[in-house]
Design a protein around this ligand. Structure first.
Ligand code: ADP
Ligand code: MG
Length: 697
């Protein structure tokens, strides 16, 4: 620290370093009056010494101090005078009592004095001189020089007897000394004054020095603090330099990144320009598209208006179509009978030619046949005459006759108009009538599964209904369909769609009104299944087939001995116009119409069969009677006489449309039953039921 302190001095601020530090030596050097004071002070003893060193006689020298009075008078006077001078010098001048010391001796003594008096007198002066500048060597001789004029002005040497003259000289000299003394006093006072001032200045300088030392100390403290700060700052500088290095590296990285970013920016700028161009092009396209949209909107509005008008027109046309369609159906007859003859199956004997003849229509062979001729030989007449039995020809005419080769598709085309009527809100009933094995089930349900060509009326009608309903939805009509399938055996109703535990059992089903006062009928415990597609209907037909198979017995082909009724409740609604329509479509596969041969005796097991047959015949007769009653517009229609007519009562009268297929076997052996069927069908065909009314609400 000390070393640093000394070094610190060298590092003092320039203002401070340049400031002179005044020392005592400097002060004395700058204050010569002080030296003069000291010199004057020291001069007095020297004067005294000089006086004491005045040359004395040898005798006097040998005497002691007490013998001085014994000296010669002049010597005594001289001694007195010297004593007086000495006193004057040390105190104050009293008079010219100086001894008569020769100037030469005095001068010589004065010159030799310093050597004899030893170093004391000179040592003080010398000490002062040594402590002063070399220059004061000359002022030390000043007393000699100051006395020189006195010596110089002294008149020539007076004779020894000229005491008066000597006295005068001494007085003169005394006077000069007095003047000199006054001058010296004045100088002394001035010097004292100067000394006082110097002391004050010294005090001031001391104070200043203390202040400066204090300042120096504080400066050193500050310097140390500054040094510490400097070190701290140096460390900080190092840190900052490291930081600077890191920052420079960072800057370089950032510059590299900046270059990359600039490149990216350039790329992006290019892309942006490209996109702006595209955007402008797109905007132009958009504006043109918007114009097109406006134009198209106007067109669309016009078309919407046109569409609404056309919708109204279409609705009117639809209503007109329905009206005309219904009129056409009425013209064709609300009760129509189609005759269908099944083909001869494998293993069956081919009938003789001419047994069944299908005469062409009025328009020729291309005209669909409506007539059928059946020839039957009369065995009884041939027996009586012995000649070959003549044949009797029976001609029948129906709305349409389908020869054995007719396809299912052709058959359906004829009834599709009736299905349309059902959608229009007219109840429709389609029957298949005929003896067992004549092709009723084939006509209604179809042949073996999997062959679409053999599909019967029910699946085709369903497909047609769903398709037309879909088309009608475009005109605002919404349709729903609910299917049920029951059989009536021995005047009991059984659900063919039963599932689970009721499956295959002849569960108790009753025909009831849906609600008191309602015209609508429903079968209790029977399933009514909503359907919307062919697959669902197909599944229902399959289920019905299974239920029939379960009920089959060895002795009795029950399906042939019962009526099966497939009912589809159609509900249509036109929300926009607040219209609703609903009608049932009934597809009925009637039980075999064959009669028991009365000539064959009945065994015990066949009594049940007789009862079945009677029930079937009764219900079929009732059906005929109901149709007759309706045709004749009788007040009482015997619907209740059979379950079948009771169930179908809403689909038989009034606005209902009915179609009966009379199925005929092509075999000669079945000719009797065929004739019975044809006669029954002919009676039905002659019936005309009043104008049908659509069930509109
Ligand atoms: P039904 O129901 O009147 O008792 P089916 O419909 O069961 O008579 O027909 C008896 C047989 O004759 C069945 O094997 C059936 O496939 C066949 N059949 C009926 N009609 C036709 C037809 N139009 N074409 C071909 N086969 C037929
Ligand atoms: Mg059948």
């Amino acid at each position: 620290m000390r070393g640093r302190g000394s070094r610190d001095t060298g590092t003092l601020p320039a203002a401070f370093a340049s400031r002179p530090v005044r020392t005592t030596m400097d002060v004395q050097a700058q204050r010569p009056p002080l030296l003069e004071v000291k010199r004057n002070i020291e001069l007095k003893p020297s004067l005294v010494k000089h006086s004491s060193q005045l040359p004395l006689s040898a005798s006097r020298l040998k005497r002691g101090p007490g013998q001085m009075e014994d000296a010669s008078e002049p010597a005594k006077k001289r001694a007195r005078g010297m004593a007086a001078v000495t006193k004057v010098d040390t105190s104050r001048p009293r008079g010219p009592l100086l001894s008569t010391v020769s100037q030469t001796q005095g001068h010589t003594a004065a010159q030799k004095g310093p050597k004899k008096t030893g170093p004391r007198g000179c040592s003080t002066v010398g000490t002062v001189l040594r402590n002063q500048k070399p220059a004061p060597a000359a002022p030390a001789q000043k007393p000699a020089t100051s006395t020189a004029p006195v010596v110089g002005k002294r008149p020539g040497k007076r004779p020894a007897w000229d005491l008066k003259g000597q006295l005068c000289d001494l007085n003169e000299e005394l006077k000069r000394y007095r003047e000199k003394t006054q001058t010296l006093d004045q100088e002394n006072r001035g010097l004292r004054e100067q000394l006082r001032e110097v002391q004050e200045q010294a005090t001031t300088l001391g104070t200043e020095r203390n202040t400066l030392e204090g300042e120096l100390a504080s400066v050193r403290t500050r310097a140390e603090q500054d040094q510490q700060r400097l070190e701290t700052l140096s460390a900080r500088v190092l840190e900052l330099e490291e930081c600077l290095g890191t920052t420079e590296r960072l800057v370089q990285e950032l510059q590299r990144e900046q270059l990359q970013l600039q490149e990216e920016r350039n790329t992006l700028s290019t892309q942006l320009e490209e996109r702006e161009r595209r955007f402008q092009a797109a905007e132009a396209a958009l504006s043109s598209s918007q114009e097109e949209v406006v134009c198209l909107r106007q067109k669309t509005e016009a078309q919407v208006t046109l569409l609404a008008e056309q919708g109204d027109r279409l609705y009117g046309l639809e209503m007109e179509r329905r009206r005309l369609h219904n009129q056409l159906q009425e013209l064709k007859g609300n009760i129509r009978v189609f005759c269908r003859v099944r083909p001869v199956l494998a293993g069956e004997s081919t009938p003789s030619p001419g047994f069944l003849v299908f005469p062409p229509g009025p328009a020729g062979p291309s005209d669909p046949p409506t007539r059928l001729s059946l020839s039957r030989s009369d065995d009884r007449r041939s027996t009586l005459t012995g000649a070959p039995a003549p044949s009797t020809r029976h001609d029948f005419s129906f709305d349409r006759v389908f020869p054995p080769g007719s396809k299912q598709e052709e058959v359906f085309e004829e009834i599709s108009m009736l299905v349309q009527s059902a959608l229009d809100g007219y109840p429709v009933c389609i029957f298949a009538y005929g003896q067992t094995g004549s092709g009723k089930t084939f006509t209604m349900e179809g042949g073996p599964r999997g062959d679409p060509q053999l599909e019967g009326l029910i699946p085709r009608a369903m497909r047609h209904l769903f398709s037309v309903a879909q088309e009608m939805s475009g005109q605002g009509w919404t349709y729903s369909f609910v299917a049920s399938y029951v059989e009536i055996y021995n005047e009991t109703v059984r659900d063919l769609l039963a599932t689970g535990t009721r499956k295959g059992q002849g569960g108790e089903c009753e025909i009831r009104r849906a609600s008191p006062g309602s015209e609508e009928l429903t079968v209790t415990n029977a399933r009514y299944v909503p359907v919307s597609c062919e697959k669902e209907v197909e599944a229902l037909l399959h289920l019905a087939h299974q239920n029939r198979a379960v009920a089959r017995t060895a002795q009795n082909e029950r399906s042939s001995r019962s009526h099966s009724v497939f009912q589809l409740q159609i509900s249509g609604e036109h929300v926009a116009r607040g219209l609703q329509c609903g009608a049932p479509l009934n597809l009925v596969d009637l039980a075999g119409s064959e009669r028991l041969d009365p000539g064959i005796p009945l065994g015990p097991g066949e009594r049940d069969r007789l009862r079945e047959t009677q029930a079937i015949n009764s219900s079929l007769s009732t059906l005929g009677l109901v149709i007759m009653a309706l045709s004749n517009k009788e007040s009482h229609v015997p619907y209740r006489n059979s379950k079948l007519t009771y169930l179908l009562q809403n689909s038989l009268g009034g606005s209902a449309k009915m179609l009966m297929f009379v199925n005929i076997s092509p075999l000669e052996e079945n000719v009797s039953e065929s004739l019975n069927s044809l006669r029954f069908a002919s009676k039905v065909n002659q019936c005309v039921i009043g104008t049908a009314q659509a069930n509109k609400k």
